[in-house]
Design a protein around this ligand. Structure first.
Ligand code: NAP
Length: 240
């Protein structure tokens, strides 16, 4: 059995990625923070389709919680390792910089950027030892171009892009690829408070993307066919 871990797999883009990886015959570890019922729903979708998975809750901000959850899993699965890691969990707390509180800054950077470091560091040694791994980080076009009201979010995503490029250079010779996917506007809970009709006008494709479209790209980057792609940031944004 091959194992994949998707952070923030309870909803939105993460759920679609979990379903896609299960269709690719991975046993999917569905991480979430607090939304048990939605995480359970992701698992139900997977099992209804004949796939396999399990819930693995932890808060990506908490290194001790992450280390304990991963060590526990590793102990129970001593012969296996997690060969695909999708760092997808993320939050946004938008405001113009002069209104941003210390907590708005800290929580967004802690969830989006610090979490990627803690989890990736803990799983990397197994990938390097087994000489195969796929790390896919979900960033945002905001981390490439910036968006007003998102200095905290854009900084966190730009930080992940730097991590992606540097880590790819460290791991390429061990067949561990590290890439980032930068979605534009995707229909999920994260965008439901935004004015969708106004957003559509900004997008050359004149629509929002779907979580499934992002998941297809994750599926490709996970596959053997993507072995020579590493250190890249690939946008999926309808031309935005
Ligand atoms: P979403 O629907 O709001 O779902 C967020 C997911 O992250 C949930 O599963 C949530 O778990 C999990 N999460 C949040 N904080 C966490 C924490 N501290 N520890 C563990 N899990 C945590 O978001 P989405 O739209 O699918 O976004 C997924 C990723 O894509 C994010 O990194 C986001 O920045 C990025 N992105 C989204 C868009 C977009 O337009 N939607 C565009 C560009 C980039 P619970 O259910 O337990 O809360």
């Amino acid at each position: 059995m091959k194992y994949a871990l998707v952070t923030g797999g309870s909803r939105g883009i993460g759920r679609a990625i979990c379903v896609k990886l299960a269709q690719m015959h991975y046993f999917v570890l569905i991480n979430y923070k607090s939304n048990f019922s939605e995480a359970q729903r992701t698992l139900e979708i997977i099992t209804e389709q004949g796939g396999k998975g399990a819930l693995l809750p932890f808060d990506v901000e908490q290194p001790d919680e992450i280390a304990a959850a991963l060590a526990d899993w590793q102990q129970q699965n001593a012969e296996s390792y997690i060969e695909v890691l999708v760092n997808n969990a993320g939050i946004r707390r938008d405001n113009l910089m002069f209104w941003l509180t210390n907590d708005d800054w800290r929580s967004v950077v802690a969830t989006n950027l610090d979490g990627v470091f803690y989890i990736t560091r803990d799983l990397l040694k197994y990938m390097l030892h087994r000489k195969f791994g796929r790390i896919i980080n979900i960033v945002s076009i905001s981390g490439i171009n910036g968006l007003p009201g998102q200095t905290n979010y854009a900084a966190s995503k730009a930080g992940i892009i730097g991590l992606t490029k540097a880590l790819a250079l460290e791991t390429a010779k061990k067949h561990v690829t590290v890439n980032a996917i930068a979605p534009g506007f995707i229909e999920t809970d994260m965008t439901k408070d935004l004015n969708v009709e106004e957003l559509k006008k900004l997008v050359p494709a004149q629509r929002l993307g779907t979580p499934e479209e992002v998941a297809e790209l994750v599926g490709f980057l996970t596959s053997e066919n993507a072995s020579y792609i590493t250190g890249q940031v690939i946008s999926i944004s309808g031309g935005l």
